[in-house]
Design a protein around this ligand. Structure first.
Ligand SMILES: [Zn+2]
Length: 219
């Protein structure tokens, strides 16, 4: 595909994923954003700042040059979280999409600086171990991006202490799925903590679930 064709389809996917955030119950008002990276053109597209999700269209997503960080001409203002998204794409070339939310159950774990233990087979499948939580990180410069890289585990999600969730993937759908899954397992683990101490799955068993899911699951 030409770079304009890949950018056009990326805009459609990123628009869809942003609109899915409120539908999946992951955001209130404007508190989340999805971006995508097109390696052909070197451009990132991201949600405009403070825009209602129902008003987002493929055309009004903000286009940014990854290398220079410059917003292309005639664009709206990008999400205030743009710099964290850019940092992640610049430092991990495997990433095609990044999602940020303050989804309630996952962010509750972040509020108490508690990683989500790997006590569910669904966590083994999707995240390959516990979902880590960073300490508090301020919003200056590249601190959030650096903290995500420093504290991330094997899976495509991290809790930011006192803040929320970042997920990522090698596709827009994959990064969105991780955001949905982290909230779903956080809810189950929250309930589990009400009953008692969750029982972590043995590491060798975690490996088996992870391998099966990543090598054999699906059509
Ligand atoms: Zn945030």
């Amino acid at each position: 595909m030409s770079s304009s064709a890949t950018l056009k389809s990326l805009r459609e996917e990123v628009c869809w994923a942003n609109k899915m955030l409120p539908k999946a119950g992951l955001v209130t008002m404007h508190s989340g954003n999805v971006s995508g990276f097109d390696p052909v053109s070197g451009r990132v597209v991201i949600k405009p700042s403070g825009m209602d999700y129902e008003l987002i269209t493929p055309e009004n997503l903000v286009e940014v040059d990854l290398e220079s960080g410059e917003v292309m001409a005639h664009q709206l203002k990008p999400s205030v979280d743009l710099s964290h998204h850019l940092f992640l794409y610049r430092h991990d070339s495997s990433l095609s999409s990044v999602v940020h939310t303050h989804s309630n159950y996952a962010t509750a774990f972040a509020a108490v600086h508690r990683s989500i233990p790997c006590a569910l087979t669904a966590i083994s499948d999707e995240f390959g171990g516990e979902i880590p939580c960073t300490p508090y990180i301020d919003n200056e410069g590249d601190h959030i991006g650096e903290g995500i890289l420093k504290y991330r585990g094997r899976g495509p999600a991290i809790l930011l202490g006192n803040h929320g969730v970042f997920t990522w993937g090698n596709s827009v759908a994959g990064a969105l799925k991780a955001a949905v899954m982290v909230e779903d397992v956080a809810k189950t683990m929250y309930l589990a903590f009400q009953l008692g101490a969750p029982v972590p799955i043995a590491q060798q068993e975690v490996e088996k679930w992870w391998d099966r899911y990543h090598q054999r699951y699906g059509q």
